[in-house]
Design a protein around this ligand. Structure first.
Ligand code: ATP
Ligand code: MG
Length: 326
């Protein structure tokens, strides 16, 4: 039996307005978030994607109680943040855009200082544990300012997970890291995910979101344009699905004659030894296509469904301004 998802974060009609500099006695309103609603399920890695200034950091800051919403409500573990923020914050950990370590303190002292806010009775053990988990134990006595960028990022994550939070927010976790450090950090994030731990990532790195996130919301100018798993978004945005069939040799004219008559295929294109088939349901059409091709003497090397990447999805959404939010 399919277990129903448990909602851990619920954002309801959230708006956040900032007031810019006064011009002619009136301050300009900046609608950083404009009536957004979404839910995050327990145990998932959820991604909030969007260009610079879309409102990603503001969303995290509102959810964590650092900013008061202008309108709307936020529930964490079914409790209203407005009334319970100090208790609920104890179940959250944050990696902020600027890591926020104290550079003149050692690695250990940074953790002792931040850990002291959580009233942990086994703080020293926890510190040792997270330093080992994040590969920083050898550097525990080094000043945080002397660490490399990737190590600083890991120290900030160590701080974020010290109190074993149920929800961890990562704001642009791999920004500015080299490719190897970024891959290592992504592995670490995957390892932090557990059945009872939810991870919320802000990113404009689409490949990162594709690799990590089970569901994403695409935010632009304070509004959610789309939300769902990458494959659901792909289905919503492309009416026709694509299947690519590679033959052993180039397509011969006889085969081309057959292609036109294959049922369920709306359209096809050919490039060298590859045929791209477009149909409303590739699960239905693919066996028929394969049978027809084999019957007419085609040697098939590979049959693959084309999966649209998050990058394809994102670019299509950003291009297509008339597509409205879900
Ligand atoms: N404290 C503030 N005062 C005024 N305006 C603000 C404030 N914080 C954010 N904004 C504005 O709100 C909008 C959303 O900003 P936010 O930092 O949430 O975007 P973001 O999606 O995190 O962008 P980035 O990818 O660049 O980090 C921007 O127009 C920003 O200028
Ligand atoms: Mg941001």
């Amino acid at each position: 039996m399919l277990k129903s998802m448990e909602t851990v974060i619920e954002v309801k009609n959230l708006s956040k307005v900032f007031y810019g500099k006064k011009v002619n006695g009136e301050s300009k309103e900046i609608w950083a978030l404009n009536d957004i609603s979404f839910q995050v399920n327990k145990g998932e890695i959820f991604g909030l994607l969007g260009p610079n200034g879309a409102g990603k950091t503001t969303t995290i800051r509102c959810i964590s109680g650092l900013l008061n919403p202008t309108a709307g409500a936020i529930y964490v573990k079914n409790e209203n943040m407005k009334y319970k923020s100090s208790i609920l914050r104890k179940s959250m950990g944050f990696l902020t855009e600027n890591h926020g370590n104290y550079e003149s303190l050692t690695v250990s002292d940074n953790l002792s200082f931040f850990g002291s806010f959580y009233e942990l009775n086994n703080l020293n053990e926890r510190i040792e544990g997270v330093l080992k988990e994040l590969g920083l134990f050898q550097r525990k006595d080094m000043k945080a300012g002397k660490l490399s960028k990737g190590q600083k990022q890991r120290l900030a994550i160590a701080r974020a997970i010290l109190h074993n939070p149920e929800i961890i927010f990562f704001d642009e976790p791999t920004a500015g890291l080299d490719p190897v450090a970024a891959v290592n950090l992504r592995d670490l994030i995957k390892n932090l995910k557990r059945k009872d731990r939810t991870i919320f990532i802000n990113t404009h790195n689409l490949e990162e979101a594709q690799k990590l996130c089970s569901r994403v919301a695409i935010l632009d100018e304070g509004k959610i344009k789309r939300m769902g798993s990458p494959s659901d978004l792909s289905k919503e945005l492309w009416e026709l699905q694509e299947m690519v069939c590679t033959l052993k040799s180039n397509i011969i004219p006889q085969i081309e004659d057959v292609l036109k008559d294959i049922p369920m295929v709306s359209n096809y294109t050919i490039e060298d030894n590859r045929i791209h088939f477009y149909s409303t349901d590739v699960n239905e059409s693919t066996p028929v296509i394969v049978k027809e091709l084999v019957k007419h003497g085609a040697d098939i090397l590979e049959v693959k469904r084309k999966v649209h990447s998050l990058e394809d999805i994102y670019l299509k959404l950003m291009d297509n301004q008339e597509i409205e939010g879900s």
